[in-house]
Design a protein around this ligand. Structure first.
Ligand code: PLP
Length: 374
């Protein structure tokens, strides 16, 4: 099998798994229990949060553990919208968002919130002038992915932050799920930031929301005390500790891993560009981990299936989209419905090796010849 879908999920690293097992086996107490075992667990919980917060350069109180980036996005978006409802009900977003951002926005629309879509340019970047023109006194939130999951476009965060400075009622939420561990990321730039460690060799089932200390948001899940008042439930100590380890490894190795992936991406782009019916949809300055392409006249799903039959795993749209509609992100940049319907995504890792890519190209070549000659 050739796995080229690392933006959907990554394999758990041995060190992370060992940490998870160690904490699961050695810390039985609930961190909220007032006995020795509970105290030990609470001490570890605090150490983990302190370590995560110092790695991200944020305050420990700003770290909220959730079940995944989907929950983190929901918590930030609904939480801000609901707590700010007396200031306004206007929200701005982009056509590139993952369903875990666009779906809560749709839900809010049905509750009377107004959602505007900012224009993006041909590389998928937010049109800053258009953003400025959409912002109003009652705009309470601008939510955007720092890096989008389909094209790999990196958003001009600094430019966005500068514009928002003139709109103090508007909070900024960044979905950094495809950014953390892949590129340097400044957590202080936004009011809330979401990510999940299963995208950087951590474990599935946990996500993180970084929320500015003084920002009040309405929780999604109400219940007993936890490590944060914003998210109830017994603290997931072993998952939290595994996240700390995954984060440490990812951040320490980020530049080295990036270089390797960049080299693989250049190789892939060069090879794929030799095919006349191939359009590369990812912009040249996208993160190298993501390469989105279309084979003209062939539905993305059909090409994915042909590759899958030969043991290659790539994805069509985001793994979380189940419909058979054209990719909204690819349509937004190419303005071409057929091209968007033909698009699919290769996502790379530092674990990918050149031999694997060469074998992929051979398989791609045979699928291309078979399908395009039909
Ligand atoms: N946001 C982005 C940009 C993603 O790529 C994903 C997953 O693919 C998510 C959010 C959702 O993450 P999770 O599966 O952890 O809920």
């Amino acid at each position: 099998m050739i796995y080229l879908d690392y933006s959907a999920n990554t394999p758990v690293s041995q060190e992370v798994l060992e940490r998870f097992c160690y904490v699961s086996q050695n810390f039985t107490g609930n961190p909220n229990s007032a006995h020795k075992a509970g105290e030990q667990a609470k001490k570890l919980q605090d150490e983990i949060t302190l370590s995560i917060s110092s790695q991200l350069n944020v305050h420990p109180e700003e770290v909220i553990y959730t079940s995944g980036a989907t929950e983190s996005n929901n918590l930030a978006i609904k939480g801000i919208a609901r707590s700010e409802r007396h200031t306004g009900k206007h929200i701005i977003t982009t056509p590139l968002e993952h369903p875990s951002v666009s779906a809560p926005l749709t839900a809010l629309q049905s509750q009377g919130y107004e959602v505007d879509m900012v224009n993006i340019d041909r590389s998928g970047k937010v049109d800053l002038e258009h953003l400025r023109s959409l912002l109003r006194e009652d705009t309470v939130l601008f939510t955007v992915c720092a890096v989008d999951s389909e094209l790999g476009t990196i958003q001009p965060i600094e430019g966005i932050v500068n514009i928002l400075k003139n709109f103090p009622n508007c909070r900024l939420h960044l979905d950094a799920t495809q950014a953390v561990g892949k590129i340097p990321f400044d957590f202080s730039s936004a009011d809330t930031v979401s990510f999940a460690p299963h995208k950087f060799y951590g474990i599935i089932g946990i996500g993180v929301l970084i929320k500015k200390k003084h920002l009040i948001i309405e929780p999604l899940i109400h219940g007993g005390s936890s490590s944060s008042i914003y998210r109830s439930g017994t603290p997931t100590l072993a998952l939290n500790s595994a996240t700390e380890t995954a984060l440490k490894i990812a951040l320490e190795n980020q530049p080295k891993r990036y270089q390797k992936v960049e080299k693989l991406n250049s190789l892939l782009r060069a090879k794929l560009s030799e095919y006349p019916k191939v359009t590369i949809n990812s912009p040249a300055d996208a993160i190298p981990h993501i390469l989105n392409l279309s084979v003209q006249g062939v539905k993305g799903k059909a090409f994915q299936q042909a590759l899958s039959e030969k043991g290659v795993c790539v994805s069509v749209k985001s793994a979380c989209s189940t419909d058979n509609l054209p990719s909204r992100a690819v349509f937004a940049v190419s303005r071409n419905r057929k091209n968007a319907l033909s698009s699919w995504r290769i996502s790379l890792s530092h674990l990918t090796d050149e031999t694997e890519l060469e074998r992929f190209i051979e398989i791609f070549d045979s699928c291309y010849k078979e399908i395009t000659s039909l």
